[in-house]
Ligand binder design. Structure first.
Ligand SMILES: Nc1nc2c(ncn2[C@@H]2O[C@H](COP(=O)(O)OP(=O)(O)O)[C@@H](O)[C@H]2O)c(=O)[nH]1
Ligand SMILES: [Mg+2]
Length: 214
């Protein structure tokens, strides 16, 4: 319970998959991260696990695999790094295959307790972000929005921008988080949120209930 909080997460990469067939058997709860290429997903994962396990790239669209990071915290859970989407210069067939991989994961992964949707605070929700939100809500997967790179936006713009982005169909289990990995803002708050979310989802799981509804 509370004693687990603030403990450093021990994490290790356990699988790198390019097809659904390669996905490892689900073990406990899973939390997936998704967002457009270059949104800062790898940097955010490294910030959560406090280790540079995920590759941060200067070249957008590099990560095409689904990476599974096992985190030892309480009963343990898995962070799942979904491929970045929306990288226009990739071929159409490649874009279709990432879309399929992400949608299949969201639709079929029974252990998926939460989808963390990373959105660049400068740009807000773009077309692919809306599609991702539709998949998640359509399959009953809870979504938490995290706005990244807030250091690139003057503080005076934060409240008006948040208001502008808070329109349907954007959904989020709690208020969106504002983070900057450059400045280290918002990460600890997010970790506290995730730990408490997983604690609730885990106690649901004990009763043999699925972590999510349908
Ligand atoms: N200014 C700023 N840059 C960031 C932040 N997070 C990530 N970046 C940079 O954005 C680029 C893409 O980051 P990466 O984590 O590889 O994005 P991914 O493609 O979503 O995994 C890198 O140059 C990062 O250093 C942030 O909060 N603020
Ligand atoms: Mg990445």
């Amino acid at each position: 319970m509370a004693s687990n909080r603030r403990k450093r997460w021990e994490a290790a990469l356990t699988a790198t998959c390019f097809t659904e067939q390669q996905f490892p058997p689900a073990q406990g709860l899973e939390v997936a991260l998704a967002g457009r290429s270059n949104v800062g997903k790898s940097t955010f994962i490294n910030g959560l696990i406090k280790k540079p396990l995920a590759r941060v790239s200067g070249t957008p669209g590099k990560t095409r695999s689904v990476n599974f990071y096992r985190v030892n915290l309480g009963k343990g859970f898995t962070l799942v790094d979904l491929p970045g989407f929306g990288f226009a210069s990739r071929s159409r067939s490649e874009r279709t295959s990432w879309a399929k991989l992400i949608e299949e994961f969201i639709a079929r992964r029974e252990s998926l307790a939460l989808l963390i949707h990373l959105v660049d605070f400068r740009h807000g929700f773009l077309e692919n972000d809306r599609i991702l939100q539709e998949w998640a809500t359509g399959h009953g997967v809870p979504v938490q929005v995290v706005f990244t790179k807030i250091d690139k936006v003057p503080k005076g713009r934060w409240t008006p921008l948040l208001k502008k982005y808070s329109v349907p169909p954007a959904s989020s289990v709690t208020e969106p988080f504002l983070v900057s990995m450059e400045k280290g803002w918002g990460v600890e708050e997010f970790i506290l949120f995730l730990e408490s979310y997983l604690e609730d989802a885990g106690s649901l799981q004990c009763g043999n209930d699925r972590p999510r509804g349908g």
